[in-house]
Design a protein around this ligand. Structure first.
Ligand code: MEV
Length: 330
């Protein structure tokens, strides 16, 4: 999560009466995510498929304090809420959640930690906001349905990404594979036969706001070409959904490769994405594509379970900062 300027970084000053040290006693947790198919086109009304990634998490806790504080040292920030700008997504999630619970935001500290790399396509911003909203609800003993959590965190996503579709905060709030169409309630994605993907963090941070903005500029200049690309991606998503819900998931490989080709045509790929996809395919991945905003961020590769280690090693040798192997639909 990129927190906006306008408030102090770690001030070396703790909220009075509160100490440093292991911070979270009963944290609320939110997982990361990857988009399997359909990123970018989803902003323009096409469907997309996304799944939660439990290997990375954001955690948050709200507790009584003297004054109002946000302790987000994972992101190098520790500040009074009053110092947050109007464009601070974390402060917004905190404020909106407290307001939704019908409580005054007084004498409270929000503490946030995360293992999710920022601007890496793994849903860091959505997960941090979701953990925050859940922590507020937990603090006040309020139950919030996933739809409500998603609606509250969407406001933070707008600050972070400019023109988000809502897919990231929705899959993180629901914590299950989803079929998502902007502006509609998400549907569960039924995984008929579990399959394995390797997620590779390219190490190249790439804020989604930039690539989404560039696609918007391209679309404004050449709407016909971009609409055709979005429609082709939408058709691939429908094909991928049919495979996931009914057929042999190995058939997803070529669909991934084709989705990657269309993302390259949209201008959101980068040399590192293509290098990682090629490295994965060269050692037996069934298909590979960038996932999320692109131009860095992460790449996902579909693998047979017994080739996951070889693909992960090849991805790391080709420059991935780290890899996560995960099963979709357990
Ligand atoms: C980001 O994870 C996915 C994008 O499609 C943006 C969005 O849907 O908001 C690139």
């Amino acid at each position: 999560m990129r927190l906006e300027a306008g408030s102090s970084s770690d001030s070396r000053e703790d909220p009075p009466g509160l100490s440093r040290g292991p911070r979270l006693v009963h944290p609320s947790v939110a997982v990361g995510k990857v988009i399997l198919f359909g990123e970018h086109a989803v902003v323009y009304g096409q469907p997309a498929l996304a799944v939660p990634v439990a290997a990375v998490t954001a955690r948050a806790e709200v507790r009584a304090a003297r004054g109002e504080w946000i302790d987000a040292r994972t992101f190098g920030r520790h500040y009074r809420l009053a110092q947050a700008t109007e464009r601070d997504p974390l402060a917004l999630a905190f404020r909106l959640a407290v307001e939704h619970c019908g409580q005054p935001l007084r004498n409270l500290e929000l503490v946030v930690e995360s293992t999710i790399p920022v601007a890496a396509g793994l849903g860091s911003g959505a997960a941090v906001a979701t953990a925050t909203v859940r922590a507020v609800a937990e603090h006040f003993g309020v139950h919030l349905a996933p739809e409500v959590v998603a609606a509250l965190t969407f406001e933070s996503e707008k600050l972070l990404h400019g023109k988000p579709s809502g897919i990231d905060n929705t899959v993180v709030a629901h914590e299950r594979p989803i079929v998502f169409v902007k502006g509609q309630p998400s549907e569960p994605l039924h995984v008929a036969r579990p399959f394995t993907i390797v997620i590779a963090d390219s190490g190249l941070a790439s804020p989604t706001r930039i690539t989404v903005g560039d696609v918007a500029a391209g679309h404004a200049q050449d709407p016909e070409r971009y609409q055709a690309l979005f429609a082709s991606i939408g058709a691939l998503v429908a094909r991928a959904r049919a495979i996931i819900e009914g057929a042999d998931p190995a058939l997803l490989g070529p669909v991934m490769d084709e989705n990657q080709r269309l993302l390259e045509a949209l201008g959101v790929s980068a040399e590192i994405n293509e290098r990682l996809c090629a490295a994965a395919r060269a050692v037996g991945a069934l298909g590979a594509k960038l996932s999320g905003g692109g131009r860095g961020g992460n790449v996902i590769a579909l693998v047979a379970p017994d080739s996951a280690d070889a693909v992960a090693a090849a991805l790391e040798a080709a420059g991935a900062r780290r890899t996560i192997t995960t099963q979709v639909g357990s």
